[in-house]
Every structure is written in C-alpha cells, then in structure tokens.
Ligand binder design. Sequence first.
Ligand code: IPM
Ligand code: MG
Length: 370
Amino acid sequence: MPANRSLLVLPGDGIGPEVMGEVRRVIDWMDRRRAVTFDVGEGLVGGAAIDAEGAPLADATMDRAMNADAVLLGAVGGPKWDSLPFAQKPERGLLRLRKEMQLYANLRPAICFEALVDASTLKPEVVSGLDILIVRELTGGVYFGEPRGIETLPDGTRRGVNTQVYTSPEIRRVAAVAFELARKRGNKVCSSEKANVMESGVLWREEVAKLHEESYSDVELTHMYADNCAMQLVRWPKQFDVIVTDNLFGDMLSDEAAMLTGSLGMLPSASLGDIDETGRRKALYEPVHGSAPDIAGEGKANPIATLLSFAMALRYSFDLAEDADLIESAVTKVLGSGIRTADIAAPGATTVSTEAMGEALIRELDEQAA
Ligand code: IPM
Ligand code: MG
C-alpha cells in the first residue's frame, strides 16, 4: 500500500483554519475507511506566517511545498495585515507559491449543484446544469510583469505602473492545458482577451489560434473579448465549456462564474505546473473564496470548497478518481438533504455550522462506503 503520498496543508488566515479542520477529518476518514494514507504536513502561510515567522511564506515552507506531491491551501489575508507594505502582505505568500512552483494553469470549475439552483441570483433555467471550466493563466501577465511600482515624478505627481506582458510559450502552454481538458469534456474552448485594445491580447489570440491549428483542430475554438465574455457569462453561461484567459481577466471572470453557482463557498480550484522528469506535476489546490474575515472564527464558513479542492487533488495529483467521486457524491447527497451553511441557505432557512457540515459529510461518506 503506497503511504508516500505527501500533502502539505497550509490553512492560512480567516476561515482557512476552520474549513481546513473539516477537510482534515475527511483525510483521516480516508485513512481509516479507504486505506488511502497521506503523509500530511502542516505549515503557515499569509498573515499567520507573518505573525509567527516574520514573512508571508517562510523559505522552509517554500521548500516543503516544492517537495510535496500536492499543497492544499485554505485562504490568506485579513484587515490586520492590510496596512503592511505591498511586498509583505499575506497575499504575497500565495503569489510566491504560484510563481516558484510555476503553477501556470489554474483550473476553476463552476458547477451548479442541482440542490442549489435557487441559491443563484440568476434564474434557475440559466444556471441549472451549468458545468463550465475556467482555465486561468496564473504565473504571468500584469500580476508579475515588470516594470511595476509607484513613483513620484519631479513635479510631485505620483505614478503607478504595472505591466501586462506575455510571451508565446506562456500562452501556448496554458492554452494546451485548456484544449486537453476540453477534449475530456464538451470539446469547446473559448479564448478570452482584449485584442481590440492590447498588443498582449493580439498575441494571445494569434498564439491560441496557431496552436489550435497545429495540434487541436478537433476542438471547437472561439475567441471573445473579455468584456463581452463577462456579459455572456451572466446572459447565457451554458454556451461555454472551457474558457481560457489570462491572469487578470481570469481572476475576474472566475469570481463572476463562481457566483453563477450560488456561492463562492462551493468552488474549488487546482493550480498545476508542468510534469517534471520524475513524472510528478507540481500542484496546489485551494478554494476560490478568500479568508472571509467578517465571519472568521464564528463557525459559519462553508467547508465544501476546500473539501472539493482536496477531491481535485485526489483526481489530478494522486490518481484516485474513485475517491474523488466518493467525496463529490457525498457533497451532492448532503446538499440534496437540505443541509446548508449560511452562504448557501435561502433567506430565513435553518443553517448549520462549519463543524456540523463536516459531520454531515462524514456521515454521508460512512453511508456510501458501507
Ligand atoms: C484569487 C485571489 C488572489 C488573486 C489574491 C488573493 C492574490 O483573488 O486567487 O483569485 O488575485 O489571484
Ligand atoms: Mg480572485
């Protein structure tokens, strides 16, 4: 029995530790009931790391992340650290992980669970059955482009600069991931940029089209300006299968897509790098939601997005699709039985705590595995 699957857990800030606590219970359950053993290590990231270790991600934690088979992260950030200089903010910990592990492909599925159709602010017929995947470029673009900074000009005017920059290999490798994934789903890719105003967008469109022609002509490819894409996502989201886009547009479009499904508290993500010489793909899994400081510590947070992120780890890093299915079907069942944390409850409905949601999930797993 392979016991050498190493998982580094970084709960982070705000609701991160609470939701991760419930996921740890599921990991223990897998160990007991499925004989799927993980070598789980835990570390600090974000504000928690700033407070205890003086930096949003200690070098030692970075090393552990590089050597783990997968990293599972909760959330980073909070008002306590908002006034820190930019380079020391909690978010830098997450960005360092993404950049140094070279996790260029960020997979953000937006799936509408049937039991939650009414939790969406959109009409049921618009979101029912929705299953789209946003592939966001994660290590380039304006997030990392140079030059960047805030400077004061001789006349005292201040000037803020960021650079949107992409090279052809950066575009091609993330587009390839999108095409590959589309082949296993609805076989459609929509590539989104602003080629009407940005040179980096023109290059994006050309490179995606070239790669498509060379290697993926069996996949249906369309191009859409990012503003139109944002509009189409709320107008008729089911027109999409896979959307591939840059770092900044992907940040925004994935929040929008998440909300179509009713709650940010439901959506997982995977960030993947290239497969290395040993056949291992560096990977980090995290919920799409943030640290939600407004409800942190109150036991109100929904642990499902983090649990589904762990399920993605089972699928993409550990080749345990069956166990991932089990978790996903437990989530569907629990939602179907009407159990809700506050974020996914109808107004006035009874809600359960983070812990009670975790318990319900374990009960359902027990039943399914019986
Ligand atoms: C996300 C978040 C991050 C981002 C922040 C926390 C740096 O919004 O993962 O979508 O902008 O990428
Ligand atoms: Mg975001």
